[in-house]
Design a protein around this ligand. Structure first.
Ligand code: HEM
Length: 395
């Protein structure tokens, strides 16, 4: 039996910037499916989110992301199966735990260089501008074989395309379009450059595959854009949330610093409770009933990963970082499950391990705020008081 879909509270008015537990509870109280004033459906319960994410024939990504009117195919996020399967088949091998582990030593060195810079300036720092924003951009440049000197330009371009890609935004400003065009020019130039014969970076490997039924130049460009959209702010967000939790809890700091298994569980729990991507878009291809609510064909829908991650029917103590090993929703579900999850986990582990080794004691200097509303929930700044380890602790 179908029933009337309850109305969703205005998300932009909920306190996601400061009190995310209250905000998510308010969303969950409405029910497992809700509809906004503009007729967009929101899937809230873990079962509803899970079944929609695993049903791309009805909950299409291509129709949802197609709205971005991109000049090149947004591979693989805006492609539905069966075509999507071919792209994942080409890409998964570059992002397996083994492939990303090959970068660990280099990334550890880079984190330490960033921490060196922070410690020379101490005894306070903004961890966002000095660590959690620059590091993921450096990782992108490293993986793609691009010069690290381009990091700050990449960050500016990223900020512009995040605005351009906001599916809910109104027309982007001319400045934003111009910056995105510059990024396109930069990437196109690099794609056109002659490659060294045995280059192992991702861009060179994708370009080498191009001649063997691989991706076209336009598809590779689209992939670069998606990496920048999907792989930078998300890691920034998760690193910020991890440092924020650690700054407030000396016992947690000690266990995460001294016990690798505890560190792994902590990072998964942070991803669950402080889900960086609160929801992902889809559009229905046919009429469908979800938890007794009938959703018409062609409806815009958001699958609320952040709410599913705190569903008490799925997770014990859903609103606090605990010690449960869980299959959280932070990396999504179904065919579009995050391509970069192993890379993201490596980045989180390397940064948190090195930070705690070099800065075992730190605290919040001011309570941070999350940018809201936003496609990625990330702190705008994270001011910390820091106490570097004594030299003897480092050997
Ligand atoms: C903590 C960090 C990260 C979080 C929380 C995250 C979250 C997500 C989520 C929720 C999705 C599913 C989107 C959907 O269903 O529409 C996704 C997809 C994706 N992510 Fe991540 N992501 C992270 C890091 C990364 C990184 C580092 C990369 C870079 C390689 C990346 C690349 C992608 C790509 C390419 C997709 C699309 C996959 C597909 O459509 O098949 N992500 N991510």
């Amino acid at each position: 039996m179908t029933h009337i879909c309850p109305a969703l509270p205005r998300l932009e008015q909920l306190p996601f910037n400061g009190d995310r537990t209250s905000a998510w509870l308010e969303v969950q109280q409405v029910g497992d499916v809700a509809v906004s004033e503009s007729g967009t459906y929101f899937l809230i319960g873990a079962d509803a989110v899970e079944s929609a994410a695993k049903n791309p024939a009805v909950f299409s990504s291509s129709d949802a992301f197609g709205l971005l009117a991109s000049p090149f195919p947004l591979v693989p996020i805006a492609i539905d199966p069966p075509e999507h399967t071919r792209f994942r088949h080409m890409l998964d091998k570059f992002f397996s735990p083994r492939s990303v582990a090959a970068h660990e030593t280099e990334l550890r060195t880079q984190v330490n260089e960033l921490i060196d810079g922070i410690l020379t300036k101490g005894p306070t720092c903004d961890a966002v501008s000095s660590l959690t924003v620059p590091f993921p951009s450096q990782v992108f440049l490293t993986l793609f074989g691009l010069p690290l000197a381009d990091r700050d330009r990449l960050i500016e371009w990223k900020n512009a395309i995040v605005k351009l890609a906001d599916v809910q935004a109104t027309e982007p400003s001319p400045d934003v379009v111009q910056t995105a065009t510059e990024l396109l020019g930069y990437l196109t130039d690099h794609i056109a450059k002659p490659r060294e014969a045995n280059a192992t970076d991702l861009l060179s490997q994708l370009l080498a595959d191009r001649d063997h039924d691989g991706m076209t130049d336009a598809e590779i460009l689209g992939l670069c854009f998606i990496f920048i959209l999907a792989g930078l702010d998300t890691v920034t967000a998760a690193l910020g949330f991890a440092l924020h939790a650690l700054a407030q809890d000396a016992v947690l700091r000690h266990s995460v610093r001294t016990d690798d298994a505890a560190a792994a569980v902590f990072l998964e729990e942070i991803l669950r409770v402080e889900c960086p991507v609160p929801s992902v878009p889809r559009r229905t291809t046919t009429d469908i009933e979800v938890d007794g609510v009938s959703i018409p064909a062609g409806s815009a829908c958001w699958l609320m990963m952040g709410a599913a991650n705190r569903d008490p029917r799925r997770f014990e103590s859903p609103n606090s970082v605990g010690d449960q090993r869980n299959n959280h929703f932070a990396f999504g579900r179904g065919p579009h499950r995050c391509l970069g999850s192993h890379l993201a986990r490596l980045e989180l582990r390397v940064v948190i391990q090195e930070w705690l080794r070099r800065v075992p004691e730190f605290s919040l200097a001011t309570p941070p705020e999350v940018l809201w509303p936003s496609a990625t929930m990330t702190f705008t700044a994270l001011e910390l008081n820091i106490s570097p380890a004594r030299h003897s602790d480092l050997v």
